[in-house]
Design a protein around this ligand. Structure first.
Ligand code: MG
Length: 335
């Protein structure tokens, strides 16, 4: 058996349970956007780590070192946002091919530092080592949160509405532009910018976790078709999603028309949007929608509802059940 046969999550399943007995009361390990490490009676640290590898997660010829520095930290900050926490510290480890120019590394650190400054999150340590020929980037971020405000994937309730912040699919559209070497016009460049410069939803996550009606929450890194399954598995619920309700920017709609992209597929399975996916008590949705809109530059969209039943997503279009590519993004699959 090879890793591609079982995938990332199949691999994790083989060993995760062996650590359960070592994990203390109120601590939480593998299985959510962050681990929980209680700090005192009322607060907890949340910790996340991400690994980015050249040619797997990024193409060095397509992203500037400054954007790469930004994105390396942004993807981890997004996991902090997903818990409803604020970031405190980061750690950065790099595996660097020795012919890499110092100017490249300076620009990388510049992008990393600028985003650190924006969220008052100092770099506290890490490691730098030689790598044979690919650049490797590992980021750890520690955040903090009131225990009562932590939002987990396991918190979805029957009848909850399923919501997302912002738009879906822009980042995947940007990746399409890069991989197809499409002409860089104003429109295509904006999509590429979404792909290279994701903005972590820290403020939005903190605000949402302050609302009692917001139940489960996570960030969208692989696309809702795969990410929502994590909420459904953890909460032991089913979901109905209406593809007509997926928030797709007019920018992506225009580009999809122009290049014959499937915008529904990009919005549901494209990934790297780093928006928040959460479930809400439907009685509070109007107030939540209004208050969110008055505080932030974008909106929340209702895309479906949580149902009783085994963990699966049913997709609907104009009331009719449809099937879409549900594979999401498996890092070890053949294609
Ligand atoms: Mg996440």
């Amino acid at each position: 058996m090879e890793l591609k046969d079982i995938g990332e999550f199949g691999f994790i399943k083989r060993f995760a349970h062996k650590f359960d007995k070592l994990i203390g009361k109120e601590e939480m390990g593998i299985g959510d956007d962050c681990a929980l490490l209680p700090l005192n009676d009322t607060e907890t640290y949340v910790v996340t780590t991400d690994l980015l590898i050249e040619d797997i997660h990024f193409l060095k010829t397509k992203i500037t070192p400054e954007d790469l520095g930004h994105k390396s930290l942004a993807v981890s900050l997004s996991d902090i946002a997903a818990m409803g926490a604020y970031p405190k510290f980061s750690f950065l480890s790099l595996g660097v091919p020795k012919q890499t120019s110092v100017e490249y590394l300076d620009a990388f650190m510049n992008g990393y530092q600028k985003l650190s400054e924006k969220y008052h999150t100092p770099l506290m340590g890490g490691d730098t080592t030689k790598s044979s020929d690919k650049l490797m980037i590992n980021v750890v971020v520690v955040g903090q949160c009131k225990k009562s405000e932590v939002r987990l994937r396991s918190m979805a309730k029957d009848g909850d509405l399923i919501c997302v912040t912002g738009n879906l699919g822009d980042s995947a559209g940007g990746l399409h532009v890069l991989l197809n070497n499409a002409a860089l016009t104003g429109e295509s460049e904006s999509l590429v910018k979404k792909h290279h410069n994701p903005e972590p939803r820290i403020k939005e996550g903190i605000w949402l976790s302050n609302q009692n009606s917001v139940h489960a929450m996570m960030d969208i890194s692989d696309g809702i078709s795969s990410d929502l399954m994590h909420i459904l598995n953890a909460s032991q619920k089913s979901a109905n999603i209406d593809v007509k309700q997926l928030p797709i920017s007019s920018l992506l709609q225009n580009m999809a028309k122009k290049y014959a992209w499937n915008e529904i597929e990009l919005a549901s399975s494209g990934g790297e949007d780093y928006e928040l996916l959460f479930t809400v008590d439907r009685k509070d949705i109007d107030r939540l929608h209004k208050e969110y809109k008055s505080r932030f530059t974008d909106e929340i969209s209702v895309i479906g509802e949580i149902k009783q039943g085994q963990a699966e997503i049913k997709w609907f279009e104009n009331g009719n059940e449809i099937s879409i590519n549900k594979s999401g993004f498996n890092h070890f699959a053949n294609s």
